[in-house]
Design a protein around this ligand. Sequence first.
Ligand code: UT7
Length: 310
Amino acid sequence: MKTYSRIIGTGSYLPSNTVTNYDLEKTVDTTHDWIFSRSGISERHVAADGELCSDLACQASLKAIEAAGIAADEIDLIIVATTSPDMPFPSTACILQDKLGIRNGSPAFDVQAVCGGFVYALNTADMYIRGGQAKTVLVVGAEVLSRMLDWNDRTTCVLFGDGAGAVILRASEEPGIIGAKLHADGRHREMLKADPNIAMDGQAVFKFAVKVLSDVVEELLEDKKLSGTDIDWLVPHQANIRIIEATARKLGLPMDKVVQTVALHGNTSAASIPLALDTAVRAGDIKPGQNILIEAVGGGFTWGAVLIKW
Ligand code: UT7
């Protein structure tokens, strides 16, 4: 009997403090119109002083655990995708395990693939489940990128936000995750990096993102003998509405089949997909039996796509 990984619960958390484009007009040389027309972003959430990546991850995880109807101790693997961990070590996953009160000694580790992190983490969790090494996995994307921004640099500070999203994956005989393709190409690492603040060649990243996202969704659908018309929902990484529109166009998907949260969340890196997923699930948009396609690209560069039968 084949084993699949099914998502049985989702959760998310956003810090209470929001920063609008109009707020940013007061601190850097920018306008709401510029930010909104170039990126589709109108506001983002920013963590409070002392609010850590693991705190955001914990809030999102508690909601996912509740939605899944499981006890935290049933979780036998924790993977946190983040590029803004509490500290270099211990991993945010280990800190999260403790904050959730999980005492069963199961493995916990972080995955670092920047905005591609959630796709990488989901694929890794799926491998553990299909390989029989885990049954109930907590996968989290959590970021406090606000700490890595130069708030005087208008080319970056207007784009990013903080937040966390989580899913519970469980081993099942029913199809769940049905395909994944991951890629990386370190030659392009200078295009987007944090050293220590985030710096980016926006136009180069934009072109690269549109190209590789189109390629990887095509590669995945071809492999599964599916086409864009088989997709019920595209849940893309939320970096820029124009990049999202380009991928939807390539798939022949109307925008009402695309989950869009970038306007209110900004780019929350590894957290953006699980945040968007949870938003759509709680709105009742994503329904059992539907085909969900997720995709992301991020610094490194890393990129990938995952196909899920909900
Ligand atoms: O998760 C992956 C991470 N990143 C991304 O996906 C981002 C990909 N790139 C983008 O989303 C877009 O390239 C941006 C939104 C970052 C920028 O949009 P753009 O249409 O590529 O603008 P641009 O960089 O070509 O800048 C156009 C002009 C420049 O002025 P000049 O040289 O034409 O005089 C910039 O200096 O806009 C200026 N500019 C701004 N103006 C007002 C740059 N940032 C701002 C700003 N407000 N915040």
